[in-house]
Design a protein around this ligand. Structure first.
Ligand SMILES: Nc1nc(=O)c2c([nH]1)NC[C@@H]1CN(c3ccc(C(=O)N[C@@H](CCC(=O)O)C(=O)O)cc3)C=[N+]21
Length: 284
């Protein structure tokens, strides 16, 4: 079977077009959705991601503000900056770009962001609400993945979804969202024995490993839907995922590419969450 490629870029473009309209409507009511991004240090990858977010906001008519802080800024300093944004009524969404320098405790930072402005969906209240199925900001990458599957009318209920990876930002929450959609979910990780034996049972396979070619033909059932969440930078500067694309596309029914797959959808869901924040978490 030759897989259909799900273009995250095309879907992102379509959704951003619709969002423009929503932003205009809010503007007409005197609401100007705004995202504040805090960037600590000068990691080039982080800078480039933050630029991508800024550009996407601009395209959609969302206001954005990037606050750059020195690499050796203290945790107290950063928390103070977050408190300021929590109290600023013109700021609807707050995103602190991860990873952070080692003197700063990431969890402490996430806990400090008001859950009503937590457009990353990383705050414990939003995670808890996601688990119980209440209204919440959903984490952008998992939310983007579900949106991609739905855009192709891929049914999730009753399907066996296998998630490879268990990070707090991708693996764990994407499994939860798939469960909320009534999939049967299995998590695999670095301690999993016989990885291929398990992934071969997947109707929907989510690769969020962080390793080039971690998923190859031998891991994939014929006709499976393969979602590649990896973003690995090769020495020549090019980006590649966790899936051996050339092998996988011969077995899968649908596959997401890297680049132009999950990445652009992550940013799109961030925009969606910022609009939701501008409406107010409880009224959207
Ligand atoms: N608080 C926080 N929230 C995040 O959402 C967050 C973060 N920290 N830290 C880093 C990761 C990574 N991430 C990406 C988003 C979009 C692309 C993306 O658009 N990628 C393009 C290619 C971009 C390129 O060429 O560099 C693509 O896949 O086509 C990639 C990576 C968000 N992250």
């Amino acid at each position: 079977m030759a897989a259909e490629i799900i273009s995250g870029r095309d879907l992102a473009q379509e959704l951003r077009q619709q969002m423009k309209q929503k932003v205009t409507e809010l503007n007409n009511q005197g609401v100007f959705p705004k995202l504040s991004v805090i960037l600590v240090g000068d990691n080039p990858a982080s800078k480039s991601y933050v630029n991508g977010k800024k550009k996407a906001c601009k395209e959609t008519g969302i206001l954005s503000d990037v606050i750059e802080m020195n690499h050796d800024t203290t945790e107290a300093n950063l928390l103070q900056q977050i408190e300021k944004l929590n109290e600023d009524p013109t700021v609807h969404g707050i995103l602190v770009q991860l990873p952070l320098p080692e003197q700063i405790r990431e969890q402490k930072v996430i806990d400090t962001i008001s859950y009503t402005k937590d457009v990353d969906g990383f705050h414990p209240i939003n995670i808890g609400r996601m688990m119980t199925g209440e209204d919440a900001f959903l984490p952008c990458t998992p939310y983007g993945i579900i949106t991609m599957l739905k855009s192709k009318d891929i049914s999730i209920a009753g399907k066996h979804a296998v998630v490879v990876g268990r990070s707090n930002i991708v693996g764990k929450p994407v499994g939860q969202l798939l469960l909320n959609e009534n999939a049967t979910v299995t998590y695999c990780h670095s301690k999993t024995k016989n990885l291929a034996q398990i992934t071969k049972q997947a109707d929907i396979l989510i690769a969020a490993v962080g390793k080039v070619n971690a998923i190859r033909a031998e891991h994939i059932k014929d006709g499976a839907v393969v979602v590649d969440v990896g973003i690995n930078r090769l020495e020549d500067g090019s980006l590649t995922g966790d899936v051996d694309f050339n092998e996988a596309k011969e077995k899968a029914s649908f596959i997401t590419p890297v680049p132009r797959g999950v990445g652009p959808m992550t940013i799109t869901m961030l925009l969606e969450n910022t609009i939701k924040a501008a409406k107010g978490l409880e009224n959207s």
